[in-house]
Design a protein around this ligand. Structure first.
Ligand code: FES
Length: 473
């Protein structure tokens, strides 16, 4: 391994040295080196790449420093880091996955554990055959760290186990607010007693704040030409500037990774795992990216808007001169496009809903290529590029866009994991983006263990525009 130039480090990617930018994540570093495929789906072997950039999906699971299933998007690069994809280990793995993909109906969901369960000897033979297919099961190298890599943690299985893992006990709070976006900030400003505000970002303002700041800095006066962004920036800046009352603690860069009835939470931050208890939980953790329903929606090269914000503002994803398509609906469509423009990408935008007259005018003035009224029908990949077929709903005028990066701005899926662990009941409501806690319909609910729960903002299924409008009042 040669000496790294300043500002770079050298990682060992599948046997070859790669000089990558210091201070970024493995997943973003590989993307910048045109490595788009980070993993393959366990059943059919479909290629997967950087998607959520925040540890919420499994698209970037890699073998890092000899440890399997490490999230490359949450692992910082450093000199000498060994990085490998986890492909099927057996020689028949990939060909058999192709057969399974072609004859998908013969291999229904769950066949791998439902078939040949009896007699026991046949089950053993079948499992031996099927396990190497997944390519995610090889044990850590001898001597590899047994603990999780940076940024990766597993919740304990019960409260007692959580207590034994935690380094600190933060004690009892009157209120814990999870999420420091617009809804969480408003809730935190009104929280009484001993309260704590938790967010996995390093600053107040939530998932869009960093992106909006970057766009405002790059566009200056021109931000006013995109009223949807100017309004969002003003609202979030004001909400983040609300003077938190005394007694409110901040846990920025922290994540609640586990919850145990009746009132125990496990917080992971830079200092490790901490235990805390609370009388009231305000769940304002926002929503997760959803890829939208079209053929090829799991292709490497497709990102969600939140993934883009994270990759650009936290990891410094370099997109200068790269051709990028942004399609979909809502505030995120304009924010993702403006962020890519601010970072020097060649922007193509395809709003799939009508409206936005001011923004469309600004898009033209900023030099973006606009395909109004089209939505993605299919994505196909070829090398470092991705090709998208766009068409109007019900019409037949089709167009194809080839790009290196496509951001799909679909309705986000409300985050619900921690309320669910505490006993909240989920209801399926497509109009709100999928599953939401039933408690989201009430101002406050008492969970079975006695904890008071409030679900608010995008986590309650509200679109981001409505959350910002509510925060203005
Ligand atoms: S977990 Fe890394 S991209 Fe989603």
């Amino acid at each position: 391994m040669g000496a790294a130039t300043p500002g770079t480090v050298t990682i060992l990617f599948e046997g070859r040295d790669l000089s990558v930018r210091e201070g970024t994540s493995v997943a973003v570093a590989l993307w910048e080196k045109n490595v788009r495929v980070l993993s393959h789906s366990p059943k059919y072997g479909h290629p997967r790449g950087l998607y959520c950039a925040r540890g919420h999906c499994t698209s970037c699971l890699m073998r890092i420093d000899g440890v399997p299933n490490v999230r490359a998007c949450e692992t910082p690069v450093r000199d000498g880091l060994r990085v490998q994809r986890q492909d099927p280990g057996a020689f028949y793995g990939r060909p058999l996955q192709r057969v399974m993909a072609a004859a998908g109906q013969v291999f229904p969901v769950g066949f791998y554990y439902k078939w040949f369960t009896r007699p026991a000897w046949l089950s053993r033979c079948f499992l031996r055959l099927i396990r190497p297919l997944t390519g995610v099961g090889r044990l850590p190298d001898r001597g590899a760290s047994s603990g999780p890599a940076a940024g990766v943690g597993e919740p304990a299985s019960d409260g007692a186990a959580a207590a034994s893992l935690a380094r600190r006990d933060l004690g009892l709070f009157d209120c814990v607010v999870v999420g420091a976006g617009a809804a969480g900030l408003v809730a935190a400003a009104h929280a009484s007693g001993r309260a704590l505000l938790v967010d996995d970002h390093a600053t107040l303002g939530g998932q869009r704040r960093g992106a909006l700041d970057a766009v405002a800095a790059a566009l200056g006066q021109d931000l006013a030409r995109l009223p949807v962004l100017a309004g969002a920036h003003a609202t979030l800046s004001r909400a983040a500037g609300l003077q938190p009352r005394s007694g409110l603690g901040l846990a920025l860069g922290g994540v609640i990774v586990g919850a145990y009835e009746p009132d125990l939470l496990l917080l992971r931050d830079q200092r490790g795992l901490s235990l805390l208890r609370t009388r009231r939980l305000v769940w304002a953790a926002g929503a997760l990216d959803a890829s939208g329903g079209f053929a090829g929606n799991d292709r490497p090269g497709l990102l969600g808007p939140r993934g883009l914000y994270r990759a650009v503002t936290r990891d410094g994803l370099r997109v200068e001169g790269r051709r990028a398509l942004v399609t979909g609906v809502g505030l995120d469509l304009w924010l993702a496009a403006a962020l890519l423009h601010a970072r020097g990408a060649k922007v193509v935008i395809a709003p799939s809903e009508p409206g936005w007259p001011e923004e469309l005018k600004a898009a033209g003035a900023l030099g973006w290529t606009v395909h109004a009224g089209l939505r993605v029908e299919e994505a196909t990949a070829g090398g470092a590029d991705i090709e998208l077929r766009l068409g109007p709903p019900g019409g037949d005028a089709r167009t194809r866009v080839r790009c290196e990066l496509a951001v799909i701005c679909a309705r986000g899926k409300p985050a619900y994991d921690i309320p669910y662990q505490l006993g909240a009941r989920l209801i399926l409501d497509e109009s709100r983006g999928g599953y939401v806690p039933r408690e989201a319909d009430r101002v406050e609910s008492r969970l079975p263990g006695g904890l008071l729960l409030t679900v608010t903002g995008e986590a309650a299924g509200l679109p981001p525009g409505a959350v910002l409008a509510a925060a203005q009042r």
